[in-house]
Ligand binder design. Structure first.
Ligand code: ADP
Ligand code: GN1
Ligand code: MG
Length: 359
């Protein structure tokens, strides 16, 4: 708590801190809701400490965020549409404390909601258009001015190699209990290079992408429920449009939560898949080529299997990466992702037909 108070005191907020409490459901950073007294009014902020186990160079993360938000700000119709960093008293975008923890403060996006799961097809469509627009608005942003904040973030072949290494190391003796899951991932080895091969063949360009397109990374206006702001900008890096599309599908078009224990509840909702495809392409405003659109089902399956692989790798490594609430949390998350992959394989022809409608 002392650290927290000291960190807050380093920022140029012209109001008195009243309360500060843990906030949100992110798996990576520590997020707090900070309430201050601003001349008798309660003013809210989001205080975060960036996870430096995940982001080894947090100052590069902050530079990316500064560049992208300043690039996008002139196009915004209102303040709430773009994340706003509060500077420290010495004009920096974050404060690094004695323990090397990197703190930052954002303006709270007021009168908004953030959905763990879309509550309607329209909510999901709003997220799709927002991430599509984000892609379109950054289409002329100089990608080479961005740091790669997590190298090989969506490099699935590299993720698979890391996974095999975790199986071999078996750091906490869990490998023997997850033989079926390991086999499931090994059986699909040929699939992992599909997007990289398409890139090499010149049909899948590198673009500036968000790379973490879960529906809880979009704020919707509380009254109109229209998309307001794309948040969680830590992983903006060069990437593929179809992986931004795919990560949103794996999370939002699943019929169950990412950590649902009852796997009979987990499947791909084809109506949601259709709605997101249409909304994302609409948001992208004609930027994507025919070949990219054709690869959208591959993007969805790739992000789902990669995420399942990442959860299992972390489980095998002893839960050192993702925040977990209980011992088998990463394994439960892995199971939902593998179930979803199996369901996508069943529905593959239908997924392909849906994207073809929009070419
Ligand atoms: P993580 O990387 O851990 O997912 P996020 O940046 O996504 O962290 O923040 C976690 C949660 O905090 C979000 O899902 C959202 O509910 C909330 N949040 C983050 N930034 C803001 C903001 N500027 N205004 C309102 N809520 C926010
Ligand atoms: C993490 O930070 P959060 O919860 O939005 C992770 C994503 C995973 C996701 C799985 C930096 O996202 O890559 O897809 O969990 N972020 C990072 O829910 O690893
Ligand atoms: Mg998040």
């Amino acid at each position: 708590m002392k650290n927290l108070e000291f960190a807050i005191s380093r920022f140029a907020i012209c109001s008195e801190p009243l309360e500060c409490s843990p906030y949100g459901n992110g798996h990576i950073n520590s997020t707090f809701l900070l309430v201050c007294d601003d001349n008798g009014n309660r003013r809210r902020y989001i205080l975060q400490s960036v996870n430096t186990n995940v982001f080894k160079k947090p100052e590069q993360v902050m530079q990316n965020i500064e560049k992208v938000t300043e690039y996008l700000r002139p196009g915004a119709k209102e303040h709430r549409e773009i994340m706003t960093l509060i500077p420290t008293k010495d004009g920096k975008s974050c404060y690094v404390d004695e323990d090397g923890k990197c703190w930052r403060i954002y303006d709270f996006i007021e009168d908004s909601i953030c959905l763990e799961h879309p509550e309607s097809t329209e909510d999901f469509r709003q997220c799709a258009v927002a991430f599509g627009k984000f892609q379109r608005d950054l289409s002329r942003f100089p990608a080479d001015s961005l740091f790669e904040t997590i190298p090989d973030f969506h490099n699935t072949p590299k993720r698979f190699a890391d996974f095999l290494q975790a199986v071999e190391n078996d750091a906490v003796g869990r490998a023997a209990f997850v033989k079926e899951e390991i086999q499931f991932l090994k059986d699909r080895v040929d699939f992992y290079s599909v997007l990289y091969n398409a890139n090499k063949a010149g049909v899948l360009p590198l673009r500036v992408t968000h790379n973490d397109t879960k529906s809880n990374n979009v704020m919707l206006d509380a009254k109109t429920r229209k998309a307001l702001c794309v948040i969680d900008l830590d992983t903006i890096m060069p990437g593929f449009s179809v992986t931004d599309f795919g990560d949103a599908i794996r999370f939002g078009a699943s019929t169950a939560a990412e950590d649902e224990k009852d796997l009979s509840k987990v499947s791909l909702d084809l109506e949601m898949f259709d709605i997101y495809t249409k909304g994302y392409l609409e948001g992208c405003g004609g930027q994507l080529s025919r070949e990219e659109i054709m690869l959208m089902p591959e993007g969805a399956k790739m992000m789902t299997i990669e995420c399942g692989m990442r959860f299992l790798t972390d489980y095998l490594n002893g839960d050192t990466y993702f925040k977990t609430a209980y011992a088998e949390h990463n394994l439960d998350r892995c199971h939902t992702q593998l179930k979803l992959v199996a369901d996508m394989e069943e529905k593959w022809d239908e997924m392909k037909k849906i994207v073809e409608k929009y070419i």
